[in-house]
Design a protein around this ligand. Structure first.
Ligand SMILES: C[S@@+](CC[C@H](N)C(=O)[O-])C[C@H]1O[C@@H](n2cnc3c(N)ncnc32)[C@H](O)[C@@H]1O
Length: 258
């Protein structure tokens, strides 16, 4: 089950009930004015001007805290240069637990001779109250190949999002993504038997997300695709085995790559 809203997430969040979502997974514009000419189309990102999102930061974080159920988790994608702004705001509302490093490989653009290649992004992980993670303990460095941005220039891999979902939600939970872009968080939610609520202000991405989510076949325990799409996570010896499945869950164990 999903609900996708085409509009400003702040307005939408103000209309949401308190303590109504089980997990927030989101990827706000980094505020870096990114512009790519993918397939000749304008693939710029709304409100990525380095000002708009930052202006409302306090209000976003306050709303997230209000709509999250107690003892739930929040994951926010960010980058080294804007991470401090998010961290400081989120720390005022959440128990900030970690900064997961997503090592995504691949090459880079930018200053080819005067800078290092950027091959990681960050995911801020916080909790409202005491949030217990499912599965065995993992390192905070996750290796997932970046996906081909065929829908959105900042498209995130469904297998990485599934790993978050595996650790921080259970079947039937409601996952909210206020900056849902092409709807990758929603896809990961639906294929794993969770419900999804998303907001996207840009009609192009909203439409893509809507049709992508409509095409997901309904979840059944036998087509559960958690971790089956090839991510790599544990880097710490504490690897998953089939016996590690939560007793109430039906999730397959991830296949670790050493
Ligand atoms: C970094 S992208 C998310 C990409 C997404 N993770 C994916 O895999 O496709 C951020 C998205 O937030 C949207 N956005 C920006 N400001 C917004 C707002 N106030 N409300 C809702 N969406 C917004 C942008 O249009 C953009 O698509």
């Amino acid at each position: 089950m999903f609900t996708l809203h085409n509009g400003d997430c702040l307005q939408y969040m103000r209309s949401m009930q308190s303590e109504s979502v089980d997990c927030i997974i989101t990827d706000p514009p980094y505020g870096i004015n990114i512009k790519t000419g993918f397939n000749g189309d304008d693939k710029s990102i709304s409100y990525d001007d380095g000002f708009s999102v930052m202006f409302f930061l306090d209000e976003y974080v306050k709303q997230w805290n209000r709509i999250l159920k107690p003892n739930s988790a929040i994951y926010v994608f960010t980058r080294y240069d804007v991470m401090p702004y998010w961290w400081i705001r989120m720390k005022g509302c959440f128990d900030m637990k970690n900064c997961i490093v997503w090592s995504k490989g691949g090459g880079g653009t930018g200053d080819l001779k005067g800078n290092y290649i950027g091959t990681h992004e960050m995911i801020l992980f916080g909790a409202k109250g005491r949030h217990i993670l499912s599965g065995k303990r993992e390192s905070n460095v996750w290796e997932y190949s970046k996906c081909k941005p065929d829908l959105h220039p900042m498209q995130k891999p469904v297998d990485l999002l599934s790993n978050i979902i595996f650790h921080s939600t259970k079947e039937g939970d409601v996952i909210f993504d206020p900056f849902s872009g092409s709807g990758q968080t929603g896809k990961a939610a639906l294929i794993n038997g969770r419900s999804f609520i998303g907001c996207e202000i840009d009609e192009r991405y909203y439409r893509l997300a809507q049709s992508g989510l409509e095409s997901i076949e309904p979840f059944t325990p036998s087509n559960n695709r958690l971790h089956l799409t090839g991510g790599t996570v544990p880097a710490q010896g504490d690897l998953f085995t089939p016996e590690d499945l939560p007793s109430e869950g039906k999730l397959p164990a991830p296949t670790p790559r050493r």
